[in-house]
Structure formats: C-alpha cells, structure tokens
Design a protein around this ligand. Sequence first.
Ligand SMILES: *Cc1c(COP(=O)(O)O)cnc(C)c1O
Length: 455
Amino acid sequence: MHGDGVGAARAARRDEAVRAAVEQGLLGPDTPIVGLLDVEGIRESAAELRAAFDAVVAPGTPVLHAFAVKATPLVPVLRLLHEEGLGAEVASPGELALARAAGVPPSRTVLDSPAKTPAELREALALGIAVNADNPQELGRIDALMRPADSRSPLGIRVNPQVGGGSITATSTATATSKFGVALRDEGAREWVVRAYAERPWLTRLHAHTGSQGIPLSLLAQGVGEVYALAEETNRRLGRRQIDTLDIGGGLPVDFGSDAAAPTYAQYARLLAETVPGLFDGRYGLVTEFGRSLLARHGTVVARVEYAKSAGGRPVAVTHAGVQVATRTVYVPGSWPLRIAAYDAKGRPKEGPHVVQDIAGPACFAGDLLAEGRALPLLEQGDYAAVLDTGAYYFAHHYAYNSLARPAIHGFARDGSGGVGFAVVREAQTPAEIVAESGGAHARALTTLRTPGRR
Ligand SMILES: *Cc1c(COP(=O)(O)O)cnc(C)c1O
C-alpha cells in the first residue's frame, strides 16, 4: 500500500538520522536529549496537502493553506512551509511575530485567536492580515477601529457549528458550550450573523474550526457543511455574493498508534467534495488551517537512557524526555499515547525480545512516564528512547517543570551520498538563560520590598 510505503520510508529516514545524530555528537552523555525534524517528510506533507485540494477545486479557485502556527511554533519550520507554498494561521502576538520573522507575508497570514486585544486588532488591520472576529464584542471593536476602506484585511466571523465533540474533550471546539466563535444554533444567532453581514459590506469571509485530534472526518465535514450552508443562506438573503471565502479550519487527525497514512488529505478533500457539493465549484475562495497533520509525523524526540533500574519487578528506563517535552502525554496518557522506539548506544535500532517496561522522564514526580508497561526491546543504560510523531504540539511546547532545559532541535535530510546532514532549528536552552528567564536580574526584588511591620 502507498501509505505503508511512505511510513516505511519515513521510519528508515528516522533510523538513519538517529544513528547520524549519535555519530556526529548531537546526542551523547552530555547532550542527552534532542528534537529531530525530517525536512523531506515536511516537504512531502505540504505537497500532499496542496495536491489533495488542487485535485478537487475548480481551476482558478484561490486556496490558501495557512499552517496553524500553534502546532509547531518554530521560525525555520514556518519558513520551510512558506517556501512550500503555505501561509500561516496565528493566534497571538507571539505567533504573529514568528510568522513575520519567517517572512510569511500579511496577505498569507490569518489571525484567529479568541482573546484579541484592541492593539492586536489594530496591528493586524494595519498590516492587512485576515482577521476572523470571534464574537459580537470583537466585531464591535473592529467596527470602531476600521474605516472599512482603509484596510486591506479580509475580514470574517468565526462561527461554532455546534455539531458536537470528538473523543478528546479538550480539543473539541464545536460542542454546544465551546468558548470559540458565535454559537450558531443558539437562539437568534443565525439572524445575528446574517444581519452582521448585511450591515457590513466589508465582511467577506466565514470561518469555523470544528476541532483538533479525536474528531472523526465525518464530523469535520459536517462542520464545513454548516459553514457552507450559512454562507449560501447569507448571500441569498443579501442578494449579493458578499461572502466570497470560506475558512474551513484544520483538525485532520493523526494515528499516533501506527505509521498508517490514513486519514489522508486526499481522503478528506474527496469527502468534502461528496458531502458539501458546491464548496469547490469556484464560487468560494478557500482557506485551510491544518497543523498537527502537517508536522506531527516529522518530529522525533530522542533521549538517552541515563539509568536502567527495576522496581517491584518492573524494569524502568529513566530517560531525559518526560513531561517537559510531552506534557499532554504525561498528564493525560489515555488521550495522548505516543509510540517509543528503542535504539542502542550507537543509535542503531535495538533488537531482541520485547520486555514490558516503563519509560520514565527526568522530572521529580512519580507520574512522569512517557509510557507505562510498554513492550519493547529492553532499554539499558546508554541506549536511546525515541519518542515518535512529536513534531507538533510536543518539543516546541516546552513545559518548564523542574527548570528542565529546552532541548536543541535539528532539521535533517539525507545528503545524497549515503550520509545525513543536520541544521540547527533551535539551540538548546542554557542554565544562564533559565536564570535570566526566572528573574535572575531581580534577585533582591522581594527582600527590598517594604512590608508592614518590617523596616
Ligand atoms: C488549533 C487550530 C487549528 C489547527 O488544528 P490541528 O488539529 O493542529 O490541525 C486550526 N485552526 C484553529 C482556529 C485552531 O485553533
């Protein structure tokens, strides 16, 4: 199968990269954890996304694939995707700054957050960045800021289609009570939306994002169907094609339990073409906002086994990867399982009988486990545990528990002559930086503050 071939090729590249990282000294006793990014894989996924929609949209339809920056907020990743023809979806001043630093132009940037300040809105409108207003209060702010003719920003409203949640509550954004967008099925909401467009000829977009991970494709498609139907109704009632672009969000799920390629962008695009006829006929420009499905597969955290011990009869590998790089997995293991691959001290895939063991992280609490009771070749001191599919929402989402340092991240690619080349994506955080970010410049701040009864 095509999908399996792609997964096998990716696994082979990963094996080569782990070995090369050890050989080239990126990993070792003094550098016990790194993140690795597969540049070929990222390019492949970007090309698949473009091809999937090119295959279903009418020729000439404007399509912007805006990568959800929150999935992998790293400037070199945004730059690579920009050169692969993608834009950026940002949701904070920090994410906007990253997209700008990567050279993503305002015309290919979309701002979507649920809590935009007036200053953020002003900046976005000044730059000409597309903005989706989350709620009536935000639309009121835009009204006050905008002399509509002044801004090149395409503007829209985010709606919550309230089609329901998926298997993970925390990433289900289209539940009845979700905090995002205008809750479309609430009383009077549809009327409000239509009126909002009627009163503002400069509102030309409509947006929804049904959820991230755990949402079945059928529910994603249902959410898109609701948006399409609302756009059609609005344009019909207004008697003009005012809504000209639909932003259908992201959310394609990733199978963290295997290398399976499914679901693919092509499957999703075909499903949309079947279930929402009209969406791709050229009357609407399209924006997508995929994050996890573009990057998850292409990142690997590799951590050295510092100690291998046994407790209560259970082998425990104590590694350098734990809650600081896999926060969701450690705190909510049932919803966010990750595969672990075992490598020996030279970075070669480990063979041998599978042994049920715990793979633990370095943090000082008992629950800091990447995997509990996992059957793998027995990890021994000096081996490496690779945490797979961690290119999105993992190593770029560092959690500073125990003041554990952010690890370095390196991009890798085969060099064409049997070797692997690496490029620094992000340097490791140093202890001096940890001190500086933890009030190091203000050591006496609290002792010099006068408190009652002391002088
Ligand atoms: C998180 C988010 C996305 C990306 O979701 P993925 O599951 O990573 O594809 C897209 N749009 C919005 C508005 C989001 O909040």
